[in-house]
Design a protein around this ligand. Structure first.
Ligand SMILES: [Zn+2]
Length: 433
């Protein structure tokens, strides 16, 4: 053992220090390597001491005596001595430094604790320890998931994506890389689970869902009957792979958000086409943008009149092509569908929705209908079982948006009367289509 090993303070059982160099004010570089040139092949388990080559891996470590520390690990690649083994070579592995990691495990722990315990911004802590924002964020999520208690079995699990911060491109040694600020949360959405967070994992792919599921107990996996997700194909494929017995339900609030997004796209296109520019507050359609997104059942009589005036097809400054009114009709029919719980009524509402889309005959509404069609079994499951991810609100950006738009199903009779009234208003254009 080298006498300078003490600078490692805790990982000296795995590494020897070859040299310590000052690379700048407050910065040191420590060259390390494992004392033994022997390791077991991870494929066949045979011990090998035949060195193929050495690669230098740069790994950030926790600061020591106020100095930022960069470890340069001369990592040996060994040749597998077993002829029958398919693996030709393998690198030495360490408990202190994960495979492909750019920072030591103890620095990850330190980053996570510094962010969580002090309530400081991720960027501030990242700067202090000289790591990138995604590295600090990822460390926080991974640690936070370990701080959560072992999840209690639930029959209904919600999976949601959350974006911590906008996507950014950052420089690293390897060039420009895209930061991945997404994380996936797992929430108990059963009636007795009270919406408690049971898991967190970085990313939002099917793979990260599968990985998290596989890390749980077989009892936990077997107990899940329904999984509620966003209409996300990667999530669905991850669930099918990890939980073949579970039924997938799609979160209806996400569908409402998609319908509102569709309506916004139509409004912007119609405004652009008519004005040859973006809308301003002087344009009536633009003024109605919040009215359009508000559920019909939430509008006052006065708001209702203003909205209907905006759908006037005889008024050039209103909706001469009838497209806005048609898009609004499609959105409201989707909301009516999502309020149903009985299979026969759901079927009827679905047919009504698709018919309205056919009549509306626009690219935006057709695209929404294709999404609904693709997710129809998962929508029926969500509605008949009465499950959604609404319990994760406050934790989730998307849910917050939906909430702002204001969804709810009070005063149904009045609501339906208004829808019927609207059909009469827009019928001439629809008949002509
Ligand atoms: Zn081998």
């Amino acid at each position: 053992m080298s006498k300078t090993t003490s600078v490692l303070f805790g990982i000296e059982d795995e590494f020897d220090v070859m040299s310590v160099d000052r690379t700048g004010p407050g910065q040191v570089k420590i060259i390390i390597q494992m004392p033994s040139g022997e390791a077991r092949c991870p494929s066949c388990g045979v011990l090998s001491a035949q060195i193929k080559d050495r690669a230098v891996r740069r790994v950030k470590d926790v600061p020591a005596s106020g100095q930022q520390v960069e470890l340069c690990w001369r990592q040996r690649r060994l040749v597998c001595a077993e002829e029958a083994c398919p693996r030709r070579s393998f690198t030495q592995t360490s408990k202190a430094v994960g495979p492909r990691a750019r920072v030591t495990q103890r620095l990850k722990d330190k980053l996570a604790r510094s962010i969580a315990q002090s309530n400081r911004a991720v960027s501030e802590v990242a700067g202090e320890f000289g790591v990138s924002w995604p590295t600090a964020h990822r460390a926080l999520i991974v640690s936070a998931s370990q701080w959560l208690p072992t999840p209690a079995p639930t029959s209904q699990l919600g999976i949601d994506e959350t974006r911590a911060r906008s996507v950014r491109w950052i420089t690293s040694e390897a060039g420009w890389v895209r930061s991945d600020p997404w994380m996936t949360s797992f929430v108990d959405v059963s009636s007795d689970g009270l919406g408690s967070l049971v898991g967190l994992t970085p990313g939002r792919s099917g793979g990260c869902v599968k990985e998290w599921m596989n890390a749980q107990t077989p009892e936990f996996r077997a107990g899940i009957d329904i999984v509620v997700i966003d209409p996300s194909a990667p999530y669905a494929s991850g669930i099918r792979a990890a939980l073949p017995q579970a039924r997938i339900a799609v979160d209806k609030w996400h569908l409402v958000a998609l319908a509102n997004q569709m309506l916004t796209e139509v409004r912007q296109r119609v405004t652009r086409t008519r004005l040859g520019r973006r809308g301003t507050s002087a344009d009536r359609v633009w003024n109605n943008r919040l009215l359009l997104l508000t559920g019909a059942d939430h509008l006052s009589a006065k708001q209702w009149d203003r909205l209907m005036a905006g759908f006037d097809t005889t008024e050039l400054t209103a909706d001469p092509t009838g497209e806005l009114g048609a898009a609004w009709g499609v959105k409201e029919r989707l909301r009516l569908l999502l309020a149903e719980t009985e299979p026969s009524k759901i079927r009827w509402r679905l047919a009504d929705f698709y018919e309205t889309v056919l009549i509306a005959n626009m690219a935006e509404t057709t695209r929404l209908a294709k999404t609904i069609d693709r997710w129809q079994p998962a929508i029926v499951t969500a509605l008949t079982e009465g499950v959604s991810n609404a319990r994760t609100e406050g934790f989730n950006r998307i849910i917050k948006q939906v909430k702002r738009v204001g969804c709810g199903y009070r005063n149904m009779a009045n609501y339906e009367r208004r829808i019927l009234c609207h059909i009469a208003v827009t019928r001439p254009r629809w008949s002509a289509a």
